[in-house]
Design a protein around this ligand. Structure first.
Ligand code: C2O
Ligand code: CU
Length: 432
């Protein structure tokens, strides 16, 4: 990323705050064309896609363990489907056209119904021609509330993304340009984080929910004006909170931070040319009530413990520019196959633990996402580390994961660089 190719990063205060979705049953999300001022005031507004008149879509807050009903109405002039990213839900509610449901055609609606089993930070997005529909804005935050939330003064979502825009505001719709697809994917020249709240006080304790909703961009992030720790990744509480330094979010990854405000708060993307401002928070007044106690770990998630793996599979990422030849018929492939094979990459008995080696045999990093489950990233010694739904594997590197396949159905595994997924890097597993 070259900063000179980026549009200026000025104060982000002009952005409209992330709207919230009012409680109703069922919740209603209408996919539709929207016009949004994402560029600074004075530059043009942008014609995009979104939900309920806004881009990003409104923040959905659901209760852990309580059934949610979400009616998605398609107000677009093409088909769509909505995926509830990271939620361990019933397969038929997963929102994947051709694998778990029929497309929601223009003018039609579909009600998704599921019980979210884990509290934490998730998001929703289109799962149809997603490298275009998500790039145009079809995404929003999905927060699963816990019965016992941590003691904080504010709970603030920061959904970050990037857009390829001209100064007149129009989107550059070069989604299918070969060159970018074979490299890092379609990326923006302008990046921002949308916040659900824009004012705090010095001394406040704040939970930040960072969501990388970009289609292809990896965000190394830094937060200034705060002191605190990372408490969760991809929705799942860390056993031990850890330092924020070096936090990197691949597309679709999330991080929850709990911090104390010490000064003006800024969220930056770190680039080789220095920090690029994604969002500013106004700070006014001082919170004198808050006792500055140590920040505790969040309630651990209720997930199955892995057993000794009964299968060890290898999934090799192939293709792209400066990559070797492969047997697939598209730009990218897994194990010599581009796009969804008729047979699953892996078949598991319900409850079976499997180890998968994710081998990156390409010249680009890939963020690999498994639907319907979380998995453990294994360290060098083979010990389970973080529980994730998306894992970043750098070019030429490999990572082993351990997963308890305890959710019956057909589940996608794909690169969450959505340009790569659209150009072949996806497969699926079957749990019976
Ligand atoms: Cu976030 Cu297959 O998706
Ligand atoms: Cu990729």
């Amino acid at each position: 990323m070259n900063r000179r190719h980026f549009l200026a990063s000025v104060s982000a205060a002009a952005l409209a705050p992330l709207p919230a979705l009012a409680a109703q049953d069922p919740l209603h999300l209408k996919a539709e064309a929207v016009t949004q001022q994402i560029l600074p005031e004075g530059d043009g507004a942008t014609s995009m896609l979104g939900f309920n008149g806004s881009m990003p879509g409104p923040e959905l807050r659901l209760r852990r363990g309580v059934r949610a009903q979400i009616e998605v109405e398609n107000g677009l002039d093409e088909g769509t489907a909505v995926h509830w990213h990271g939620i361990r839900l019933e397969n038929r509610m997963d929102g994947v056209p051709m694998l778990t449901q029929k497309l929601i055609e223009p003018g039609q609606s579909k009600t998704y119904s599921f019980i979210p089993p884990d509290a934490g930070t998730y998001w929703y997005h289109s799962h149809h021609i997603s490298h275009e529909q998500v790039a145009k804005g079809m995404m929003g935050p999905l927060i699963i509330e816990d019965e016992t939330p941590p003691d904080v003064d504010h709970d603030i979502t920061a959904l970050m993304s990037d857009w390829q825009v001209q100064t007149d505001g129009s989107l550059t719709e070069a989604f299918n340009q070969m060159h970018s697809i074979a490299h890092g994917g379609y990326m923006g020249n302008f990046a921002r984080a949308f916040l659900s709240q824009e004012r705090v006080s010095t001394g406040d304790r704040v939970r930040f929910r960072l969501i990388n909703a970009a289609t292809n961009r990896i965000f190394p992030v830094a937060l200034s004006g705060v002191r605190g720790v990372v408490v969760a990744l991809d929705g799942m509480a860390l056993a031990e909170p850890r330092a924020i330094e070096g936090l990197v979010l691949a597309p679709a990854q999330r991080a929850d931070l709990i911090v104390d405000v010490t000064g003006l708060v800024g969220l930056d993307m770190m680039t080789r040319q220095g920090p690029y401002r994604l969002a500013d928070l106004a700070v006014s007044g001082t919170n004198t009530q808050r006792q500055s106690t140590a920040i505790a770990a969040l309630t651990p998630p209720d997930v199955p413990s892995p057993a000794a793996p009964t299968q060890h599979l290898t999934l090799t990422m192939m293709g792209g520019a400066m990559g070797g030849r492969h047997g697939g018929d598209d730009i990218w492939a897994f194990n010599d196959v581009s796009n969804l094979p008729s047979e699953p990459f892996g078949s598991f008995q319900n409850g079976e633990t499997a180890r998968i080696t994710l081998e990156n045999d390409t010249s680009f990093p890939h963020g690999i996402h498994l639907h319907g489950h979380h998995f453990y990233e294994l360290d060098e010694a083979g010990n389970p580390g973080d529980l994730r739904d998306t894992t970043l594997v750098d070019a030429g590197k490999s990572r082993d994961i351990l997963c308890v396949f305890d959710n019956p159905g057909s589940w996608l595994i794909h690169c969450h660089m959505l340009s790569h997924a659209a150009a072949g890097m996806r497969t699926w597993v079957k749990v019976t």
